[in-house]
Design a binder for this molecule. Structure first.
Ligand code: GLY
Length: 420
């Protein structure tokens, strides 16, 4: 992990654009702003903030992930969050059409290449789909397709047919688990579904569906909430335990885990048309949206069951992921449910676009959103910016923009561009 000082000032044009945008944000909190105006303002702020981040990084290796002790924290290409930085740059290119974002996205996407052969982790969908996946969708570059296929093939090596799942984490010394699988892993299936289409090889799709079916069977509670981690016996596939690592308690509802599940099952319904996935996504949505401890601004506490609520930290990343997921779910649900999902997502995005969450110009280390929580039990990344909060925030805004213009749009590897 390399830390860079957060000192470089904004250029004068950025300061002016940001100050105007932020003044608008403050005003928008008082008066109602159209969805289109809100999205345009958010993108303007994103351009200024990410321009600042790029300036700060120039010539130095690494991908900005967060801010700690006033300094931007960067990570290497094998960190699970590395791809979100180029992914966000691709979304800025998509949002604006400006060549400078394409060229920055191209450079940082290339820097994530080592991930495609990394057999030691399950996060290749995040790491490759965000950069290479969006790059492929937006440019059609054939080398991106090759990188994605290599990554998908690497990911298959973590599948055990006895369990019917992809192993999330390797066992570390002293670990009592045998085959840990976390709910987040649903997000990596999009890469496999894409690979099945791109290669016409069924094995990618078969593994993705097996993993989703196993998750459906073992990860959920009757109320639609999920356990963070299910540990399996690799010889028999039997469940050995259900625990948490990033949540408050084994039986609690870690907010981001609920958002990953919601997004993952919505995406798998899009990719397969399997009704059980749609029903599960709708069940998760009902749990999340109707939770009595969800704040009125719809940005969840980091865990729905933290006894410290209402003094517990929020997780803006969970809010952004859930918004992106609900906007897709809305497009795949019957009208009465769809309206509720869209309204809820819009309300969440309005909160995230307000000065309570959207960074003031030149602050927040150049990241967009404040108040995300990475790993509360470990005491790390609490109430900070996180690159994946920004990535899914922009994805949700682009989905909202497409929905308000009547276009279908998914982003990542599931886009409607050249990758399909
Ligand atoms: N996949 C790790 C996290 O959501 O923090």
């Amino acid at each position: 992990m390399i830390a860079h000082p957060v000192r470089r000032p904004l250029r004068a044009d950025q300061v002016l654009a940001c100050t105007l945008a932020f003044a608008c944000a403050a005003a928008a909190a008082q008066v109602s702003e159209t969805v289109d105006a809100m999205i345009a303002r958010d993108i303007q702020v994103a351009e200024a903030q990410y321009g600042q981040l790029l300036d700060r990084l120039r010539g130095q290796p690494g991908f900005p992930r967060s801010v700690a002790k006033g300094e931007v924290v960067t990570v290497g290409p094998l960190d699970w969050t590395a791809g979100f930085f180029p992914g966000t740059l691709w979304y800025l290119y998509e949002a604006t059409g400006e060549a400078r974002w394409r060229s920055a996205a191209t450079r940082y996407t290339a820097d994530t290449a080592p991930a495609k052969f990394d057999k030691s982790q399950h996060d290749l969908g995040f790491m490759l789909g965000s950069g290479y996946g969006n790059g492929l969708r937006l440019t059609g570059d054939a080398s991106y397709r090759d990188a994605m296929l290599a990554g998908a093939t690497t990911l298959l090596t973590r599948f055990n047919p006895k369990v019917g799942s992809i192993q999330s984490w390797d066992l570390w010394p002293g670990s009592t688990w045998a085959y840990p699988v976390i709910i987040d892993n649903m997000m990596n299936l999009e890469l496999l579904m894409w690979a099945a289409r791109a290669s016409s090889e069924a094995r990618y799709r078969e593994v993705a569906i097996a993993h989703a079916d196993t998750t459906l069977k073992h990860h959920f509670r009757p109320d639609g909430s999920s356990y963070h981690l299910v540990d399996y016996d690799p010889q028999t596939g039997a469940v050995r335990g259900r625990v948490t690592v990033q949540g408050k308690a084994d039986g609690s509802a870690w907010a981001r885990g609920q958002a990953w599940g919601l997004y993952g099952f919505t995406m798998m319904y899009r990719e397969t048309g399997k009704d059980a996935y749609l029903r599960q996504a709708q069940k998760i949505a009902a749990f999340y949206m109707g939770h009595p401890r969800l704040p009125t601004d719809k940005v969840p506490y980091w865990d729905f069951d933290d006894p410290a609520i209402p003094s517990a930290p929020r997780d803006a990343a969970a809010a952004a992921i859930a918004s992106a997921a609900l906007l897709e779910l809305a497009g795949r649900s019957e009208p009465a449910l769809a309206r509720g999902y869209r309204d809820f997502a819009e309300q969440t995005l309005r909160s995230l676009s307000s000065p309570a969450y959207l960074a003031a110009p030149g602050t927040n280390g150049g990241f967009l959103l404040m108040h995300a929580t990475g790993h509360k039990p470990a005491g790390t990344e609490i109430d900070v910016p996180l690159n994946y909060a920004d990535y899914y925030f922009l994805e949700a805004l682009l989905r909202l923009r497409a929905a308000s213009s009547g276009a279908a749009r998914t982003g990542g590897t599931g886009g409607t561009g050249p990758s399909r």
